[in-house]
Design a protein around this ligand. Sequence first.
Ligand SMILES: [Mn+2]
Length: 325
Amino acid sequence: MAQGLAGLIKESERVYIMGHNYGDMDSFASAIGMYRCCLNLDVPAYMVLNKPNDAIQGLYDLFKDKRLYRFVTGADVTGARSHSKDLLIIVDTHRPNFTEAPEIISLFERVVVIDHHRRGAEIVEDTALLYQEPYASSASEMVTEIIQYITNEVTLEPLEASALLSGIILDTKNFVFNTGVRTFDAASFLRRKGADTRLVRELFKEDLIESVIKSNIVSSATILEGGMAISQSVEASDNIKTIISQGADELIDIRGIHTSFVLGEDGQGKIYISARSTGKVNVQVILEKLGGGGHRETAGAQLEDIGLEEAKELLLEKINETLEG
Ligand SMILES: [Mn+2]
């Protein structure tokens, strides 16, 4: 795979690399990793990034002022030259509409996709190379392997290695999920190349405010009979969906709790519910009764024109109804 990819890169005038929209550390880092492959092959490359969001800002800040790394926007790519001799590499997604700049895909005659997600209905058509590995933990893991085989001389800067390690850590939630032998092999290679585990830890630090809200969710939880927990965020936030889903995650990590429900309100007065279960209770069935949906172990719902306390009462009613049924 690496040899095929090396051939495609070498016969290109320029290479453009893009991840998915609302990029995360895995898509950003795997783009950095492929950028490094192009540098090692002496082919000029550009990373396509419109506007870094909060999830990658910290990581992006480490690279943005270094002249070695070249970032362009989707508009820069559309407006520039003919891309008939260029190559587009898409990382961490295979769905055209999920990419950072879907409009540029058709400008390229040759497109490569490197992704670890299970294949969905929508996929980039006519790829010159499709490398899809659902057993890989992350795009960063796949790219870390590619870096080792694409050139005989392997150059990888410590900062790039740190970025790739943070991508792996994000997608495996600290080497817990989808973690195989090859994940540790990749991590070990990155550490040898100078990946800085303290720097990675810094990148995962969250804002104080959000962390306080989350602690409140956990500390104010009520335990219902038989290992179910229910809680709410007293603070409204525009980021409430993320906060309550992480709060619900933390609650089922507590021994004795197998199901958790967390409510919260966004800045516009809309109520969100996030539910998690270890599988004992089907939370999808409960939240469907409130117009929500999801899966057996992860579900959510949104309610309008209702207060937080009222919504909580309603939820408790549906929980009881379901369990009695
Ligand atoms: Mn990923």
